[in-house]
Design a protein around this ligand. Structure first.
Ligand code: MN
Ligand code: MN
Length: 461
């Protein structure tokens, strides 16, 4: 037997692609950068996905090319397959929520003529990442009469930005530098600077308090018609401001906020939009609340997913009966589309060089996530992994099989285990990132492209 057949050979995607294919990957990356620059919240993701789908003829609740939106934060898109739904579905599930700083319900205060918004972080952040950084505010406010006001401040060149100030090094020795990294910046100090010009008052009201805060409220009222009470029914968060960009002299990478998991959102969306006449009904799910453990009615644990499958069964004129539902689930093949950690040579001590993913080596199949002892995670069966290896090899998808980090070093979870409960085969598949969960995550252009191809092949077979 020739040596190359015996040994697992890892190849950089660049070694496997023609120059035309590399050009295609870069033009795909440019569109992705545009998406990443514009779409920074769940609701913005849902709006974007809906818009792209409608432009391609998808209609709400349509049997052949349809979509379903729940609470503006969960969207599903499907394309009817050649085979009946009773033979199972092909599902790719990604998540549209990202770590960020949510405004508290009563956020606005002033001190020393500086006005701030208090925050409560959402998802796994390193708090020191969020100070001394240009921030934008994104979200919605629903006023008492039900009117929904969209807020985006800090993305246009003419917009002001926001920031959380850090302590100067000159005075940080005891307060920060002698402390543990996790304790140096406190969550309660992640207050966003929003104003510094006091409201001008008449002589008799000279002693009036909170004049900067009042001026900020006046500005919010002028622009959005909002009062301080309206924060109670607001969903506004601070996210890193500005556009995603190519990184490196060779532009090998993409740097930007929210690539966990919007890189999988974009690749699975475009894969579904472009797949022609899939064999099985293909369903792309874009889900909320993954970063905080999939809790709530728009998350992967929400039974609204079951309702959706029943609706799809009903659309084919089949009985909406639990036995058929579980038969469909058992025959379903699924991908939990999520990112993993790429090896960072600066932190080799946490990586297993033999088993962790490498940037530029293609889309990653992660058989199990979880932490030491394989706790709290789904593990894909060997038969299912064999199936994916086969279809990707046949279609020249460059992939790597990897786990995340050394055993007992840490770990994480994805939505895979929640869908596995229904009996379907599911495995995690997505690109590797560097600086994951930071305000500026880094992906590789060629991994992005391979992720898109891997999802497209999955949907088409
Ligand atoms: Mn994720
Ligand atoms: Mn995450």
């Amino acid at each position: 037997m020739a040596e190359e057949k015996l040994l697992l050979e890892r190849k950089h995607v660049a070694q496997m692609l023609s120059s035309e294919e590399v050009d295609k990957a870069f033009s795909y990356a440019m569109d992705y950068i545009d998406f990443l620059s514009r779409v920074k919240t769940e609701r913005e993701s849902v709006d974007y996905i809906k818009e792209r789908a409608e432009a391609q003829g998808f209609r709400e609740g349509d049997k052949d090319k349809g979509y379903f939106v729940y609470k503006s934060k969960f969207i599903a898109l499907w394309k009817k397959g050649k085979r009946p739904i009773s033979e199972g579905l092909r599902i790719i599930a990604s998540h549209i929520d990202t770590p960020r700083l949510d405004l508290k319900l009563n956020p606005l205060f002033e001190d020393f003529d500086l006005a701030f918004l208090k925050t409560h972080y959402y998802g796994g952040i390193k708090k020191y990442h969020w100070v001394a950084l240009p921030l934008a505010l994104h979200g919605v406010v629903v006023k008492k009469d039900g009117t929904l006001v969209k807020v985006v401040i800090g993305e246009e060149d003419s917009d002001p930005l926001f920031t959380i100030c850090d302590l100067l090094p000159h005075l940080a020795r005891k307060k920060q530098e002698e402390k543990k990294l996790s304790e140096a910046i406190l969550a309660e100090n992640l207050n966003i600077l929003v104003g510094g010009i006091p409201k001008k008052t008449e002589e008799e009201k000279k002693e009036e308090k909170e004049k900067v805060k009042k001026r900020v409220l006046e500005l919010l009222f002028e622009k959005y018609g909002l009062t301080e009470e309206d924060f109670a029914s607001a969903e506004v968060c601070a996210v890193p401001a500005g556009r995603a960009r190519f990184i490196g002299l060779d532009r090998a990478f993409i740097g930007g906020y929210g690539q966990d998991d919007r890189i999988c959102v974009y690749t699975s969306l475009t894969a579904l939009l472009e797949v022609k006449e899939p064999e099985y009904t293909s369903l792309a799910l874009f889900i909320d609340r993954e970063e905080i453990g999939s809790e709530g009615n728009t998350s992967a644990k929400s039974r609204v997913f079951e309702k959706l499958v029943y609706d799809l069964i009903k659309m084919e004129g089949l009985p909406t009966d639990p036995v058929l539902f579980f038969e469909v689930m058992e025959k379903t093949k699924a991908i939990s589309a999520d990112v993993t950690a790429g090896i960072d040579p600066n932190y080799l001590e946490v990586h297993d060089k033999l088993n962790d993913a490498r940037l530029g080596y293609g889309v990653v199949l992660t058989r199990y996530t979880g932490h030491g002892g394989k706790y709290m995670a789904n593990e894909a069966h060997a038969e299912y992994v064999s199936y994916l290896r086969r279809i990707w090899d046949e279609e020249k998808v460059v992939y790597q099989v990897a786990s995340m980090g050394k055993v007992d070093e840490g770990g994480g979870g994805t939505v895979a285990k929640y869908f596995a409960q229904y009996g379907m085969d599911i495995v995690d598949v997505g690109p590797p990132l560097l600086s994951m969960h930071s305000p500026f995550e880094v992906s590789h252009v060629l991994d992005l492209y391979m992720t898109y191809l891997a999802y497209k092949v999955f949907f088409s077979r």
